[in-house]
Design a binder for this molecule. Sequence first.
Ligand code: C2E
Ligand code: MG
Ligand code: MG
Length: 506
Amino acid sequence: DRWLKIFDRQECMVLEDVQDLKEDYRNEYEILTAQGITSLVAAPLERDGHFCGAIGVDNPPLEQLVNIGPLLRTLGYFLMLSYRRDENEKELNRLSYHDTLTSFYNRNRYIADTDNLRETQSPVGIVYLDVNGLKDINDLRGHAFGDKVLVECARRMRETFEGADFYRIGGDEFVIICREWSKEVFEEKVELLRKNFERDSICRAAVGSRWAEGSDDLSQIIADADARMYEDKKEFYRRSPVSRRYRHQSDEVINLSNPEVLADELGKNHFVVYVQPKVSSADRSAVGAEALIRYQSKEGSMVLPGNFLPLLEEAQTISQVDFFVFEFICSKVKEWADREKQAFPVSVNFSRFSLAQSSFVEQLVKLCDKYGISPGLLEIEITESIRNAPEIDLKELIGKLRQAGFTVALDDFGTEYVNLSLLSSVEFDVLKLDKTMVDDMVNNPKAQAIIESIAGICKKMGIRVVAEGIETEEQMSVLRTCGVETAQGYLFSRPIPVEEYEEKYL
Ligand code: C2E
Ligand code: MG
Ligand code: MG
C-alpha cells in the first residue's frame, strides 16, 4: 500500500538502503531481504491509465540511484506501448479469420489451420486455385468488377466442394482443404471445378490439386498442389499478355521506378524541394528547417513523398532523390551565405540505401566542398527504423558523419518499438520525436511525464530534442513544460517553397 501511493503519484519508489525499513516497515524489510535486495528503484507500469505492475532494478550502483528513475519510467512506457500493440494484434488476428468479400476463411485462419493439420494423419485433398488475369480485369474494368469475378469464383468452389474448408489466402489465390471424401470423389470434384472454369471467358482460373493418404508432410502436399496450379497458370500466361504491377499508382509515378526516367525528371526540375521551418519553443523564432521532397506531376498537382518514395525505395533508386535534395540545399546555403542571410542549418532525409553506400560520407563532403560551405550547416536525418537494416553499422556511420562536421538527427523517434539503448550507444546530436508521440501525449496526459523524461535524459547527454507534427497550441504548451526546445509543425508553418521560406524567415 505504501508503494502504491507513490506509484499513484507517478513517482518512482527509491529505496537507498533496505536497513532503513527495519524499524517501521518490518514486513517490507523481510520480503526484500529474503530476496537479497539491499537497495532498489521501481517505476509504475500503467495500462489504460491504471496501475498494472512495476518495473525495477535491484541493488543498482548507488551513484546511479537518481538517474535510474526517469529511465525506468521511459522504458516502462514503451514496454506497455509494445504490450498494447501486441495485444491489439492478437485480438485482431482472432477476430479477423474471415475474408469479407468471399466470406471464405482468410490467410490468418489458413496459417492457423495448416499448422494444426500438420499433426493429423488422416487423408487430405488440397486444391490450389489462382484466378487468371485478375490484375488486368481490375485495370480494364475496375476493381468493383474484379471483386465480382472473385465472388463468382468463390461461389463455384463452394458449389463443387460443399462441406470442405475454403480459404482466400491472397488477392487472387484460394485453397480448399478436403477431408470428407475418398480419393476418387475428390478427383471427380477437381475435374468438375476445372471444367467449370474452362468454359468461361472472364472467370478463369488455374487449378492444381493433390491427394495424400495422410502420412505425408502437409506443407509438401500444399506445395505440390501449388506447383501444379502454377504449371496451369503458365499455360494461361503463354497465351495472354503479362499484367502490370502497381496498378494503384498512376503511370506517371510508376515510371519513376525506371532510373533513367527518374534522372531525367530530376534534371528537368520536376522534383521540387520544399522546406519546413523549425522554431524555438521559447520565442517561436526560426532556428532551422527540414528539406522535404515533392514531385510536380504533369497535371500540376504536388505529389507527396509518401506516394512515390516507397516505389523508389523498392526500385533502389531513392538515393538519386536524396542526393538531389542534398545538393540543392548545399546550393541554397551557399547562396544565402553570399547574400549575407542568416545561416540556419537545414536538415535532409536520407534513406537506408543512401546510408549503405560505402562512400556515403565522402560524397557528402565532396558536395560541401564543391559549394564551399560548412558541413555544420547541414543536418543528416536518419530514420529510427534504420536499425533494422543490418548492413549498416550505425555507430560507425554516425561517428564518421559527425567527424566530418555534420549534425546527425534520429528521425521518427517513438513510431515503433523504441530501442532505448540507441540513446546511450550511439552519439547523435538531435532526437526528433515523432508526431504519433506528440499526439499520444495530449490524449494521455501521463505520457507527458515520459516526454519529460526523454527530454531530461537527452539534455544530460547533450542531445537536442525536436518535436514534430505540432498542430495545436495545447500541444505546444505541454511540450514547453516538458522541456522540448525545438518544434516543427503546421502550427508554425507547413512545408513551403524555398522562395517563400527565404522571404518569411531569412
Ligand atoms: P519526416 O522526415 O518525418 O518529415 C515530416 C513529415 O511530417 C513531412 O511529411 C511533413 O510535411 C509532415 N508534417 C510536419 N508537420 C506536420 C503537422 O503539423 N501535421 C502533420 N499532419 N504533418 C506534419 P512529408 O513532406 O509528406 O514527408 C514524409 C516523409 O517522407 C518524411 O517524414 C521523410 O521520411 C520522407 N522524405 C521526405 N523527403 C525526403 C527525401 O528527400 N529523402 C528521403 N529519403 N525521404 C524523404
Ligand atoms: Mg525527417
Ligand atoms: Mg519524422
